[in-house]
Design a protein around this ligand. Structure first.
Ligand code: DGL
Length: 265
């Protein structure tokens, strides 16, 4: 494990590239090794046991490729597997739930926080537990929004169907007068404009990508692992590489996606 080694980032698919974009903004000297488990996506509908097993395989691959630390960019995998991964591997492991919950705890003014995510993330109770610790006074309303992932992947970010579905999903938040909503899924930042429109401008949307990048920076510093200079290019791997993966990947990264290498885990 040397400071020049890359940061390993994995997600159930390509949505985790939103987290890569955040890491690039905050840590431009760090090289990233990204794995999208595109052959087995989605994780959001799968059981805790299966997600843990998949996450373990992804983490092992990245460590074999030389990652100095791991970022679990997938909310569902963070919800089910973070502690398991920390117990399994010797490198630092950062998930997305704690940073997102901490950001929401800082943002709320009226102590009413909404959380949206996949079914797996919401039913795991991970955000609810993190918020109970970080914002003990707050009332938390959590809602799974399973249709948001396919809508974001289809690029239907500004579509009447998305607006209709979002209005239905987000109704409880207006009723409970939340002032902060955590986007607890890799895909949701793409839907921010429509979600903001429906919730109103007084509601703060928490996109944990930049909060995660700050935690990664602090973790690298605490472990003397910060890269002194840019040592390598970012590398991308996926368990299935289709035209769709490349097309959607560009949208999530917000930049051109370099070659994606196919791997069999
Ligand atoms: N990456 C997942 C998450 O952030 C969303 C896609 C999936 O269900 O696998 O929860």
């Amino acid at each position: 494990m040397t400071p020049a080694a890359p940061i390993g980032v994995f997600d159930s698919g390509i949505g985790g590239l939103t987290v890569v974009a955040g890491l690039r903004r905050v840590l431009p000297r760090e090289a990233i090794l990204y794995l999208g488990d595109t052959a087995r996506v989605p994780y959001g509908t799968k059981s805790s046991e299966v997600v843990r097993r998949y996450a373990h395989t992804c983490a092992r691959f990245l460590l074999t490729e030389g990652a100095k630390m791991l970022v679990v960019a997938c909310n569902t995998a963070s919800a089910h597997a973070l502690e398991f991964l920390r117990a399994s591997f010797a490198v630092p492991v950062v998930g997305v739930i704690e940073p997102g919950a901490a950001m929401a705890a800082r943002a709320t003014r009226n102590n009413r926080i909404g959380v949206i995510g996949t079914e797996g993330t919401i039913t795991s109770g991970s955000y609810q537990r993190a918020l109970a610790r970080l914002a003990p006074e707050a009332t938390v309303i959590a809602k799974s929004c399973p249709l948001f992932v396919p809508l974001a992947e289809e690029g239907m970010v500004d579509h009447p169907a998305t607006r209709l579905i979002a209005t239905e999903y987000l109704a409880p938040f207006a009723a409970h007068e939340v002032d902060t909503v955590v986007l607890g899924c890799t895909h949701y930042p793409l839907l921010s404009p429509v979600l903001q429109q429906i919730l109103g401008n007084s509601v703060e949307l928490v996109d944990s990508a930049s909060a995660v990048a700050i935690v990664v920076r602090d973790t690298l510093e605490a472990n003397s692992l910060s890269a002194p200079r840019r040592a390598a290019e970012d590398r991308f791997f996926a368990t299935d590489v289709s035209q769709r993966v490349l097309r959607v990947g560009r949208a999530f990264l917000g930049a051109e996606l370099a070659a994606v290498n196919l791997v069999d885990l």
